[in-house]
Design a binder for this molecule. Structure first.
Ligand SMILES: *[C@@H]1O[C@H](CO)[C@@H](O)[C@H](O)[C@H]1NC(C)=O
Ligand SMILES: *[C@@H]1O[C@H](CO)[C@@H](O)[C@H](O)[C@H]1NC(C)=O
Ligand SMILES: *[C@@H]1O[C@H](CO)[C@@H](O)[C@H](O)[C@H]1NC(C)=O
Ligand SMILES: *[C@@H]1O[C@H](CO)[C@@H](O)[C@H](O)[C@H]1NC(C)=O
Length: 436
């Protein structure tokens, strides 16, 4: 614990030259065993919230350092939160950062955090509890995978209207939200910018700055036609556009009585010289004026609001989630005023362990695949045996047994290989510890 606290103290008190002091409001990396249970509070609002457990999961870069809070029960709500000294982001940048690993292959569920006012009763926290910021990946169904950035302003929640795709791989990903006092923001995934801009532009906090001039009308003669029929083009004299013509060989019957039968018309036959309907050729419109653009004016309803996303008593960070398939691991929570420091912390946690984790995941997935194949093979063999029993044929049985044995043998060799690889990993972990 001492080794852990010392660098933290140094970091929180060090200043950035003449600039504002760096502040760290929350840093939680779960490196003290069961200690988190004292810092995090489970809500009792419902009797059946899912349990979190501390684990690095099925694959990781470092078995100890990658331990985080994992959702452990399927189809459950989760509500857990941690408190820190309340702060305001009125005059300082706010950085919200954490990592999440959906190692279960999430199908539907949240992977986000919420920041609450310090007035929150943690024991009663639930999905309707008032919050300031909700940030992180949200996945449900095919193609529905986005990063939520929901911000409260004047009693209402506003979703980001610029869609940001989240990562759906099973690896750990680092999510960072930066909100600056000059009302700009940035979202990063794995320390790479994925969205940035002005808060006013990408959320509908305020009425738009400009609107279409209600008095402007498109001139009646405005020519928006890209192409027109060539007015110079004339139908050739000999163009035959009758599909049927009267049969020249037809003759009026002798007993035709015009008074009784009406005017005689010969039958029609297809016109062999028929050329189809004549159409003038199409040319570019020499008078094309382009698309008419509705002129805009300043919106009289717009009034800038310098208090957007200013929160005066941020005091609790919570995980308020619903997960169908559990297994997500949350780690490396950080709340700070310093963007660069957050990036550095990201590099030193997620950053240095992600490659080993990925290698390990690949080995793990390969092993899982083999295991499934083996099981499928065994199942098939059993079914065939059963069929053989029905027909009273037994000769093939012995052959199958030996095949199965060979399979088991191969499986054992793979397990050894994997163990050797994982053993190697543990060494990597030790090296990393020294670097840190
Ligand atoms: C932010 O700065 C203004 C102007 O200096 C000051 O009045 C206000 O108290 C500051 N807010 C906080 C939370 O420190
Ligand atoms: C807002 O602040 C950031 C960081 O200080 C700066 O890089 C950016 O240019 C500012 N943007 C505006 C619109 O003032
Ligand atoms: C997002 O909000 C801005 C400002 O209100 C608006 O101009 C823009 O059309 C919106 N975009 C989407 C995709 O809704
Ligand atoms: C984080 O790591 C990236 C990639 O190695 C590097 O470009 C960046 O400068 C690092 N940032 C900090 C603050 O250390």
């Amino acid at each position: 614990m001492k080794e852990l606290l010392l660098p933290l103290l140094l970091l929180t008190t060090c200043t950035l030259g003449a600039q504002a002091q760096r502040r760290v409001y929350l840093r939680e990396e779960f490196e003290d065993g069961d200690g988190w249970k004292k810092r995090w509070v489970e809500s009792k609002h419902r009797p059946d919230y899912g349990k979190f457990q501390l684990t690095a999961g099925k694959f990781y870069g470092d078995k100890e350092k990658d331990k985080g809070l994992q959702t452990s029960e399927d189809a459950k709500f989760y509500a857990l939160s941690t408190r820190f000294k309340p702060f305001s982001n009125e005059n300082e940048t706010l950085v919200v950062q954490f990592s999440v690993k959906h190692e279960q292959g999430i199908d539907c569920g949240g992977g986000y955090v919420k920041l609450f006012p310090d007035t929150l009763n943690q024991e009663d926290m639930h999905s309707e509890s008032e919050y300031y910021i909700m940030f992180g990946p949200d996945i449900c169904g095919f193609g529905n995978n986005k990063v939520q950035v929901i911000l409260r302003h004047q009693g209402k929640y506003h979703e980001n209207n610029k869609t940001i795709k989240c990562r759906i791989s099973k690896d750990t990903h680092l999510y960072t939200l930066i909100i600056r006092p000059n009302a700009t923001y940035e979202v990063k995934i794995d320390n790479q910018q994925v969205a940035a801009g002005g808060l006013e532009d990408d959320w509908d906090f305020l009425p738009p700055r400009k609107i279409k001039d209600p008095y402007a009308r498109k001139p009646r003669k405005w020519d928006e036609r890209l192409q027109i029929e060539d007015p110079e083009d004339k139908k050739p004299e000999d163009w035959e556009d009758f599909e049927y013509i009267p049969d020249p060989d037809a003759e009026k019957p002798d007993d035709w009585n015009e008074a009784m039968d009406g005017e005689w018309e010969g039958r029609l036959i297809p016109n062999l010289n028929y050329k189809g309907q004549w159409k003038p050729r199409i040319i570019d419109n020499p008078n094309y004026q382009g698309e008419w653009i509705h002129p805009e004016i300043d919106n009289p309803k717009y009034k800038p609001d310098p208090t957007i996303c200013h929160y005066y008593n941020i005091g609790v960070l919570g995980l308020d989630l619903w997960q169908v398939k559990s297994g997500s691991i949350f780690d490396n929570f950080l709340l700070t005023t310093d963007e660069e420091f957050a990036e550095e912390v990201g590099n030193k946690t997620w950053g240095i362990r992600k490659d080993v984790e990925k290698q390990w995941r690949e080995v793990y997935e390969e092993m899982e695949k083999r295991k499934q194949e083996e099981e499928a093979k065994k199942k098939k063999a059993k079914e065939e045996e059963r069929e053989d029993d029905i027909w009273g044929i037994e000769e093939e049985g012995s052959e199958k047994d030996s095949a199965e044995e060979a399979g088991t043998d191969r499986q054992m060799k793979e397990d050894d290989a994997a163990r050797a690889f994982l053993g190697g990993n543990e060494e990597v972990g030790v090296d990393q510890k020294d670097e840190l």
